[in-house]
Design a binder for this molecule. Structure first.
Ligand SMILES: [Zn+2]
Length: 314
C-alpha cells in the first residue's frame, strides 16, 4: 500500500499475502489480523500458509494473516496510521486513507475471485467470546443453509447467526456483496493468545480446504462433547447489554454460561465516589453468554455482555 510520509516520499507498506494457485478448482479467502489485537488468526493463517504443499492444491487459496499490518504490529484494534477500524472500511476508497485504500483493494481485486471467505477474529482487548464462528442474518434461506454447512465444517464449538451494531462495512459484508459464502469467527479475546482458539482456527482452515476439495482429506468436525457445532443466534439489540453510564463494571459471568432474564449480570461501580452504591445490571433475556467484557472500565454505550440463544430456525 502506498504510504507517503515525511522522509519517505514514495514509501509503501507491504501487507503480507500468500496465494497458492493450483489451477482448476474453487477459490477461498482466509483473512486474519483485520483487528491487530486479535492474534489467533495471525498465527494460524501464517502457519497453514507455510505448511501447505502447493502441489497438493486444486484451486486457489488466498491468505492474508495480518490484513491491517500496522495495527497487528502495534497490537491494537485501530490502525495507528489513520485511526480507523479496518472492519468498518469496506468497500473502501482508492483515494482514501490507508485502511480505506486497502479495503478498496480487497473489495475490488480479491473478493470477486473467491467462492468462500473466512474472516478469523477473536474478541480483541475489549471482550472475550464463546469460541464460535459467526454469520449474518441474510434474507435467502438457501444461503443460510449453505452457510450453516460451511460453519459446521469450520467446526468451532458454536456458530452464531447474529445481529450486529455496525455490520455493513465489514469484510463479511463485502464477501456477501460479491455472492461468496461468508463466515467470520470470534475465538478468544481479552487481548491474549488463547491456545485452544489457535487450534480451532487451524483445524477450521484445514477443514474448509478439505470440504471445498481444494486439498484431499476428510474434515474433522468432532467436538469434545461428542456432538457437532451448536447453532446459535443473536436476534436483535435486546441481546446486548450496554453500559448505562461510565464506570467500572464487575461482571458476574463468564462466556458460555447459561443465564436468565432478571439475573444479576454485574455491578457498575463509581470508584470516584466510594460511598455510592454500585448500580446493579440485569440480563434482559434468557440465553448463554456469547460476549463478556474484558476491559473493566466502561463508557456509557459500551457493550458489557451479549447473549446468544439456541437457533430457532427462522
Ligand atoms: Zn475483530
Amino acid at each position: 500500500m502506498p504510504q507517503s510520509r515525511d522522509g519517505g516520499a514514495w514509501s509503501v507498506i507491504e501487507v503480507p499475502i500468500a496465494i497458492i494457485n493450483g489451477g482448476k478448482g474453487p477459490a477461498v479467502l482466509f483473512t486474519g489480523g483485520v483487528h491487530g489485537d486479535e492474534y489467533e488468526s495471525q498465527i494460524a493463517i501464517s502457519r497453514i500458509a507455510r505448511q501447505i504443499d502447493p502441489q497438493s492444491v486444486r484451486g486457489k487459496i488466498i491468505m492474508l494473516p495480518a490484513v491491517d499490518l500496522p495495527a497487528a504490529v502495534a497490537g491494537r484494534r485501530m490502525c495507528p496510521i489513520d485511526g480507523r477500524d479496518f472492519n468498518r472500511c469496506m468497500p473502501g476508497d482508492a483515494r482514501g486513507s490507508f485502511c480505506q485504500m486497502l479495503a478498496h483493494y480487497i473489495e475490488t481485486t480479491i473478493m470477486p475471485q473467491v467462492e468462500v471467505s473466512v474472516d478469523i477474529h477473536s474478541a480483541g482487548n475489549s471482550m472475550e467470546a464463546a469460541l464460535c464462528s459467526i454469520m449474518h442474518w441474510v434474507d435467502d434461506a438457501k444461503v443460510i443453509e449453505r452457510t450453516h454447512v460451511l460453519a459446521e465444517h469450520f467446526a468451532a464449538p458454536y456458530n452464531v447467526m447474529f445481529w450486529g451494531v455496525d455490520e455493513t462495512a465489514t469484510v463479511s459484508a463485502s464477501a456477501e456483496r460479491h455472492g461468496a459464502l461468508s463466515i467470520s469467527t470470534e475465538i478468544g479475546g481479552y487481548g491474549r493468545v488463547r491456545p485452544d482458539a489457535v487450534r480451532i482456527a487451524e483445524r477450521g482452515i484445514s477443514n474448509v480446504l478439505k470440504w471445498m476439495k481444494i486439498v484431499d482429506g476428510k474434515p474433522d468436525i468432532s467436538q469434545p462433547n461428542g456432538g457437532r457445532t451448536k447453532q446459535m443466534q443473536v436476534r436483535d439489540q435486546r441481546s446486548y447489554l450496554f453500559a448505562p453510564s461510565d464506570g467500572l463494571f464487575e461482571p458476574l459471568f463468564l462466556p458460555e454460561q447459561e443465564i436468565r432474564a432478571g439475573d444479576l449480570a454485574g455491578n457498575l461501580h463509581f470508584i470516584e465516589e466510594w460511598a455510592r452504591e454500585p448500580q446493579p445490571i440485569e440480563f434482559q433475556i434468557d440465553g448463554y453468554i456469547w460476549m463478556a467484557p474484558g476491559s473493566g472500565r466502561v463508557k456509557k454505550g459500551d457493550v458489557m455482555a451479549v447473549i446468544m440463544q439456541d437457533y430457532d430456525g427462522h
